[in-house]
Design a protein around this ligand. Structure first.
Ligand code: F6P
Length: 514
């Protein structure tokens, strides 16, 4: 079945009418007063995640129309096509199968038996290697060199699962081509006790290759002798890794997008950090969410409900950003991770057939852990001129026993969501809080490998949902290419001083930088 873009359906017009006649002036406080069942109707459990969507600017009729829209657009068929291994990444002619990386070995009742077998062969080898690094007391520092999806996923997850990390191992993540970053790490490690993981799907990314070469040079210049033991590569381009001099390689496949690759060999730093059982639990949590997304009716399908809400906010309320507020300090890289996931997937102004879109797509995602954000930008969330939907992420049970802290943390996250909604009337002006500001509340019982896996897979699928209805190919990223091409030209000019044909601003800055 052909996908139908959301704005070409009859329901799209129905939603426009609904928005014009009541949707726009929807008031959360009135909605709760009028509907005693609102919390129950707009909250739900999914594997390892409880979600309260009731503090969003959405009523039952809007939600009903959004489900109808999803059906008309062919969301279920599109989702099933992804899970059937069809080439839904049409601009690159690739399958989209990051979900297969977390599918159990025994699940092979489909035509993907050979891919599944390859996945488990690499997974078993990589986990055996991770276990051997864990057991090797001479290796104390693991330096991951990668960028984008080859950095953000493992970095976010290693930090998030900090309390599960093997004592005695330190993890460093070098992504930026800015030499300050690598330099700072190299000053803290020694060749004999360091393992460098060169993480790059393509093994051509200029930042990663530059950092990898400098790391190798430093290693050799400082008495390091055994590159075979101290360097490993995580890549789909094993030949290039071999040419670089690396013998230990763990591969993956072109059907794993960079921003979806933490489940593949790119997850090796995490596997070393939390061990084989932990990594398998991370995959299992994500798999449970895959099954939920695949099988639950749209009405009780959490990624679907979140993705539809995202569309409602972007295209009808026209909100252009969403703030992520994880109330757990270990989730401090979650906003950056989600930025890549959503903005690289859905930050597009043409549909999968290259046709220009006349509606908004990916919002800006941003945020910081709570309660820090409260003392920085929450002022704007409460009293600014723009409405920014907030997504709170809270964890019920802490993994420390410092008295009082967690209760205070949870009180704050609840109070912020409440304050955004209820507001405060003050005729004097400055103390007036308009209220009616929407938020979603995602709640985990604990932050563990399993629950983190489920949370991340939930986010992947909600991005699939909005991208699908918008008619996008969420799995390419042509938009990052132009800057890469121009950087090569500018680098040559910085060298030579040639400003011929440049715009005046670029030329002026280039001359100052020489
Ligand atoms: O920034 C573009 C991008 O292609 C991302 O999608 C990807 O995660 C990143 O570069 C790194 O690519 P690679 O893993 O091939 O080095």
């Amino acid at each position: 079945m052909e996908r139908i873009r959301c704005d070409r359906t009859a329901t799209w017009r129905g939603l426009q009418n609904l928005f014009a006649n009541g949707g726009q002036t929807f008031d959360l406080r009135r909605a709760f007063a009028d509907d005693a069942g609102r919390f129950a109707a707009f909250s739900q459990s999914a594997p390892h995640v409880f979600a309260d969507l009731s503090k969003n600017l959405l009523d039952r009729e809007a939600q009903r129309l959004l489900f109808a829209l999803a059906r008309q657009c062919g969301l279920e068929q599109h989702r099933d096509a992804m899970f059937a291994g069809e080439t839904i990444n049409n601009t690159e002619q690739r399958q989209v199968m990051h979900w297969l990386l977390r599918s159990p070995a025994a699940a092979g009742l489909d035509n993907l038996t050979s891919e599944r077998a390859q996945v488990h062969t690499v997974l078993d080898a990589m986990l055996a290697y991770a276990q051997s690094v864990r057991a090797d007391e001479t290796i104390t520092d693991i330096v991951n060199i990668g960028i984008g999806g080859s950095d953000l996923g493992p970095q976010m997850a290693v930090q998030a699962l900090d309390s599960f990390v093997l004592p005695g191992k330190r993890f460093h993540f070098v992504s930026n081509v800015d030499g300050h970053e690598l330099d700072a790490v190299l000053k803290r490690v020694k060749p004999a006790s360091t393992l460098f993981l060169i993480a790059s799907k393509t093994f051509t990314t200029i930042e990663t290759m530059t950092n990898a070469r400098s790391a190798r040079q430093w290693f050799e210049a400082n008495g390091g002798s055994d590159i075979g033991r101290h360097f490993a590569a995580l890549t789909t381009n094993v030949a290039a890794a071999n040419a670089f001099g690396i013998r230990t390689t763990f591969g993956f496949w072109d059907w794993v997008g960079g921003r979806y690759s933490v489940w593949s060999a790119i997850g090796l730093p995490l596997a070393i950090a939390i061990g084989e059982l932990g990594f398998r639990a991370f995959l299992a949590g994500a798999h449970e969410m895959d099954e939920h997304f695949r099988r639950a009716a749209l009405e009780s399908n959490l990624p679907v409900r979140l993705g539809l809400l995202d569309l409602w906010y972007r295209n009808f309320h026209r909100f252009s950003s969403r703030s992520i507020a994880p109330y757990h300090s270990a989730l401090r890289r979650l906003p950056a991770y989600l930025q890549q996931l959503e903005m690289e997937s859905n930050g597009k102004c043409v549909d999968a057939h290259g046709q220009a879109l006349r509606f908004g797509t990916a919002p800006v995602l941003w945020g910081e852990p709570g309660t820090n954000g409260q003392h920085a930008y929450f002022q704007m969330l409460h009293q600014g001129t723009d409405t920014v939907p907030v997504e709170f992420v809270a964890v019920k049970n802490p993994r420390h026993d410092l008295a009082g802290h967690h209760e205070l943390l949870l009180s704050n996250v609840l109070a912020q969501a409440q304050a955004l909604m209820v507001g405060q009337r003050d005729t004097g002006g400055h103390k007036n809080f308009p209220g009616n500001r929407p938020s979603t509340f995602l709640l985990l019982d604990e932050l563990t490998p399993t629950t983190l896996g489920a949370l991340i897979a939930l986010q992947e699928h909600r991005v699939f949902v909005s991208g699908s209805l918008w008619g996008l190919n969420s799995f390419d990223q042509w938009g990052v290419e132009l800057g890469k091409v121009l950087a090569k030209d500018v680098q040559a000019r910085l060298h030579s001083g040639d400003i011929e044909g440049l715009d005046a601003s670029t030329a002026g800055l280039l001359q100052r930088l020489r």
